[in-house]
Design a binder for this molecule. Structure first.
Ligand SMILES: *Cc1c(COP(=O)(O)O)cnc(C)c1O
Length: 428
């Protein structure tokens, strides 16, 4: 029988983990179980989860309703191809997604992951303009500090200075970058910023298919919060220059910002919307790209078909999980629940503000961020967090919380105390 040490040794030898070295792998922790907001490691140590497993497990682990929904679907069928066949879980999920997103978004394309849903969005935009007789519109404008996934087209619209662009320079499509929206949810709109977008549009609109942005919060690119009024104004500019507006809500969707979608903080609607991560409550991998009739029917003009069709498109188990997750979300009062979570995080993280190492503490909905003056070394801080009984995974200068929505105030306090402790031990 293999011991836990054997497993970890094999893990080191065989497995690639996200963004890690094969020759100098960082430590990984063997998980035995997870329930509610707690992850149990081999050996019995319990960690309070501050990450929702990359922002997806919004109802916590091992939720009875979620488990039941997947088990029920499993007794019927786990999967059928989506070409030529369809099924109730996918149809019900599409109906629900259309109902909870702004009215014009009425057409749903399912795919396997967030990155692929972004690929699909970009392809939709290009194919739309092609069908409309504008085949030169093949490029995208996007703000710096964005993150849209790790596949090639998604990478091409990620922040160009974070390393990946240098590495894959020759292989990536050169897109048009504008500055990130100035930070601060309540900071008044800077007209000069909007003017810089206008200038980019004016000079290049004949080549530009779409503008892609994470609404309200730029997530993995820096946990930057900005005034949603920018999005209203960008919508106007996109209309003026015949540019499709694409919102990537893979991180912000399903309540994280205190409303069902970050789009709900604006008065406008994008042409294309990507969702993923929390869509299935973190149970299965599934994403969706929603669009309006203009794009969907535009692509299909004159017999055109949209050129994409993943093998596991609309996987019934994943759709059943998503349906159960959305039913659970409906049973919450999202604004009330997330406002409470925000105030717990604000209070619990406030002491960090006085630490010399800290540049800023900011919270928005279910997102709490402690931004440091200097980056941390993951290899150093990760074991410290584990020792303190929490699962928090920082990147660069950012130590943040995106906990499951069902977390308790006490658990938030445990997470915040651990952050305070670990940050206070960093060199200034
Ligand atoms: C995580 C993320 C993606 C990529 O999703 P994957 O499922 O990891 O492919 C894309 N956009 C945003 C905003 C994300 O947070």
């Amino acid at each position: 029988m293999k011991t836990p040490e054997d497993y970890l040794m094999l893990d080191k030898q065989l497995l690639w983990h996200p963004y890690t070295s094969m020759s100098h792998p960082s430590p990984h922790f063997l998980v035995e179980g997870a329930t509610g907001c707690e992850i149990t490691l081999d050996g019995g140590q319990v960690l309070v989860d501050g990450m929702s497993s990359w922002w997806s497990v919004i109802h916590g682990y091992n939720h009875p309703d979620m488990n039941q929904a997947i088990q029920t679907q499993l007794t019927q069928f786990a999967h059928v191809m989506f070409g030529g066949l369809t099924h109730k879980p996918a149809i019900e999920l599409a109906e629900k997604l259309v109902a909870i997103t702004p009215t014009p978004l009425r057409r749903v394309f399912f795919s396997d992951s967030g990155s692929v849903s972004v690929e699909v969005a970009l392809k939709m935009a290009i194919q739309y303009w092609n069908t409309q007789g504008q085949p030169n519109k093949q490029f995208f404008v996007t703000p710096k500090s964005g993150y849209h996934g790790d596949t090639f087209a998604a990478m091409s619209v990620c922040d160009p200075d974070n390393g990946m662009h240098n590495l894959f320079n020759e292989a990536l499509t050169q897109q048009f970058f504008v500055a990130p929206p100035p930070t601060g949810i309540h900071t008044p709109v800077d007209q000069a910023y909007l003017h810089s977008i206008r200038t980019t549009f004016e000079g290049n609109h004949q080549q530009i298919a779409g503008f892609i942005i994470e609404p309200l919060v730029q997530n993995a690119g820096g946990m930057r919060f900005y005034n949603p009024e920018y999005l209203n104004q960008i919508r106007v500019l996109c209309d003026e220059f015949n540019i499709l507006l694409i919102f990537d809500e893979i991180a912000t969707g399903f309540g994280r910002t205190g409303k069902y979608f970050a789009t709900d903080h604006t008065t406008i609607c994008p042409d294309i919307l990507c969702v993923g991560k929390a869509l299935t409550g973190g149970y299965m991998t599934l994403a969706a790209t929603l669009t309006n009739d203009k794009v969907a029917l535009g692509i299909s003009d004159e017999g055109g078909v949209f050129m994409h069709g993943p093998t596991f498109m609309g996987n019934p188990l994943a759709c059943a999980a998503a349906n159960a997750s959305l039913a659970l979300l409906d049973s919450y009062d999202i604004p009330q629940k997330i406002t409470q979570l925000e105030s717990w995080m604000k209070n619990a993280l406030a002491p960090c503000e006085s630490l010399e190492q800290v540049k800023e503490v900011r919270c928005l909905g279910g997102i709490g961020v402690v931004e440091l003056k200097k980056p941390v070394t993951l290899q150093d801080v990760q074991p410290k967090f584990v020792k303190l009984g929490v699962w928090v995974r920082p990147f660069g200068k950012l130590i943040y919380l995106m906990p499951p929505f069902i977390i308790s105030q006490e658990q938030i306090q445990t997470l915040a105390d651990a952050i305070y402790q670990v940050v206070s031990e960093e060199t200034v």
